[in-house]
Structure formats: C-alpha cells, structure tokens
Design a protein. Structure first.
Length: 380
C-alpha cells in the first residue's frame, strides 16, 4: 500500500482510473544490459493504465539502465526522455531533512529544540503551540500540525480547475502557508500519533533560514547539490517553468480521474515551498539517495537518526523516519526513499539499504498509474 506523501490535499488529484485515450507506447533504450524486463513491463503497464508518459532510471552493480514509455507531450506526440527534468514534489523533504541533520551534526541546533526556540510565535492558534513541538517531530510528522494543503479553500484555489487557472502564478510566502494551517485545530497532541503534514516541512525550511541566516534553497544548493554535482536539480523559488530537457505535465484538476486532461506544466511552486518545490531528474535522484544511504552526506549518528522510523497506522510495510521512508517490499527487500506528487507530476525515488541499487521514476500525469509495481519489479 502506498502512503500518501504528496503535496496535494484530500480534495484533489491522484485518484485511480484510466485515461480515456491511452498514449502510444515507446520503450526507451536500456543501458547496461542487466535484466530489467519486469521493470520495463511495469512502466509500460502504467502507460496502458492512462499515464501519458513515464521515465525511469536504475543504477546497480551492473551499471545504469534507463527506460521510457508513452509521451512527453500529448499535443505533439513527442516521447519522454531519460534525461527529463520534472517537479519532484515531496521528495524535496529528504533534502530539507538532510540539511537540518547536517546542522545538528555541526552543533548548530538540536532535534529536540522546540520550534519556538527558532521561530517564536509562528506555530500558534486553535490549539497549535510551537513551544511543545520539536524539530524532530516536524521531520517525522509526529507534530500534529495541520497540513495547509488539506484546507478546503486552498484545495479549491490551487488544485481544482477553476481556481488553478486563476491562481497558478500566485506567489505565497512560507508564513502565509503556515497561517492557513493555524486556522485549524491540530490533528493530535505533539508526539501522540503520526499524520503526514506539508506544514511541517514549510516550518522546517524556515528553521534552516533562521539557523543559517540564508534561505533553505541556498543551503540545499551548497550543502547537497554542489557537493554531489547534481546539475539537473534545482530549487525554483517562484520560477514558473521547468528547465529543459523536460516534458509537459498533465492533470484532471478534479476530484475524479475522469474528464478533460489539462496541461499544468507552468505554475508558481511557492505554493509548495520547502514541502515540495524542487525539480530534478532520475539520474540525480539516484545519485542523491545512494550517497545519502552510503553515508556521504551525514555522519553515522545523524544517518541513524534519519533512519529511525515511527509506525504509520494502517500501513504495516512502511515506516517514516526524518524525511525518509522505509518500505518492505513483497519479497522482503527493504528500500529507503520518498514519493512526491505535485500538479501533473508523480515521482518516486528509492534505494537499497546499502545505497548500491537505486531507482527513480516519474509519471507526467497525477491521476493514475502504479509506481509501487515498478519498484517491486526492479527490486524483487
């Protein structure tokens, strides 16, 4: 069972049904020659189920292997590329958590610091109290802070058709996003349960800025992207386009998976902020998660903290750490990584526990398709 780790709220996107007119199949070339037949079949099955196009890249002991299926542009029929850059949504959270854990390793903050230590008065209202919530609870989603993307007005304004086309280029500040959450009661008392909240990571990004005196995007660039030479990865801020090479992104912009399909490629990603605004490609994501799990970005103590998971109610095969999810596949293999969803883009990036076998993939449609099937075929 896939855990919902997307930007979108309960009112929109990621339903399950087929596209009315499935796109044509076009498998990309395989590099390395290792047996990825099942993975390729699962990618093609996603397109048959209605995803416009898929791109995926795996790295293992045999080398790098990539495949594509479907189209990157429904209007022209242009295929997807293995080099496509795409919006990665909540995969952003792993980058944010990595930076905060680096800061902890440097002695500049503690995971047990209260949110109010760094951002006094920010998390306050309708029962929320930043004096009782720790940085750790932000990162593992045990804070109880309401997710701003679950706000019905926000959902109508930014995820449903009429609102999206009026507001897709709005600029929203992190404080404005947190203020939306503060209009609601908390989901539970801090530490009492688990619930995925995008507000947690908006606040986490603000903590990075307070501790360092620099925007969270600057810290991600200099601490992670430059260090690993992730040239296809960016933190766009308010830039509305996706750098090339890239495909178009498609959504139903509705609470159902039927009806017209809309091109939603351009939007102002400030609505996602440090909860999900980043752009990357599959090769960069493989490199990032492999380096992370192999201890190249964090000291052993911080990596252990990141991999200390909490139970997710109703999902026996998954646990959530600090911006990192652990899944046990049907064959018993453990993979670590994160999913991400944002308008017209659904992504997943996972790696084996030793970081030596990685897979990253993207669907350029957000209403159908089975990413778990692709992961199962690659690792099992």
């Amino acid at each position: 069972m896939r855990v919902r780790t997307t930007l979108v709220g309960a009112t929109a996107l990621l339903a399950t049904a087929a596209l009315a007119a499935p796109a044509a199949l076009a498998a990309g070339p395989a590099a390395g020659g290792h047996g990825h037949t099942g993975t390729r079949e699962a990618v093609r099955a996603a397109v048959e189920a209605g995803v416009p196009g898929v791109t995926a890249t795996a790295v293992d002991g045999h080398g790098t292997w990539s495949t594509t299926a479907g189209v990157g542009d429904l209007r022209t029929g242009a295929p997807r590329s293995t080099a496509d850059r795409y919006r990665v949504g909540s995969i952003t959270k792993t980058f944010v958590a990595t930076v905060l854990l680096q800061l902890e390793a440097e002695g500049r903050l503690s995971l047990d610091d209260k949110v109010d230590t760094w951002l006094p008065g920010l998390v306050r209202g309708h029962g929320h109290d930043g004096r009782r919530i720790t940085v750790r609870q932000l990162l593992n989603h045990t804070s109880g802070i309401y997710s701003y993307t679950s706000d019905e007005d926000f959902g109508r304004r930014y995820f449903l058709k009429d609102g999206f086309f009026r507001h897709r280029y709005d600029t929203l500040t992190p404080r404005e996003l947190v203020a939306i959450a503060m209009k609601h009661a908390p989901d539970f008392a801090p530490g009492a349960s688990w619930n995925y909240s995008n507000t947690n990571y908006v606040v986490a990004g603000m903590v990075i800025e307070k501790v360092t005196g620099r925007p969270y995007a600057t810290e991600i660039r200099r601490r992670v992207l430059d260090r690993l030479h992730l040239r296809a990865t960016s933190v766009p801020g308010t830039r509305v386009t996706v750098p090339r090479p890239s495909s178009r992104a498609y959504s139903k912009l509705a609470e159902t998976a039927t009806g017209p399909t809309y091109d939603v490629t351009t939007l102002n990603p400030s609505l996602a902020s440090s909860a999900g605004e980043m752009i990357s490609n599959s090769a960069d994501l493989d490199r990032f998660y492999s380096a992370l799990l192999r201890g190249k970005l964090l000291p052993p103590r911080q990596l252990k903290e990141m991999k200390t998971t909490v139970k997710i109610e109703g999902v026996p095969n998954a646990g959530y750490g600090l911006g990192l999810m652990d899944r046990t596949l049907t064959c018993g293999v453990h993979v670590w990584g994160h999913d991400g969803g944002i308008h017209g883009s659904a992504s997943s990036a996972v790696t084996a526990a030793d970081g030596r076998h990685s897979l990253a993939l993207n669907f350029n449609g957000d209403w159908t398709g089975d990413m778990d099937a692709v992961i199962e075929k690659e690792f099992c």
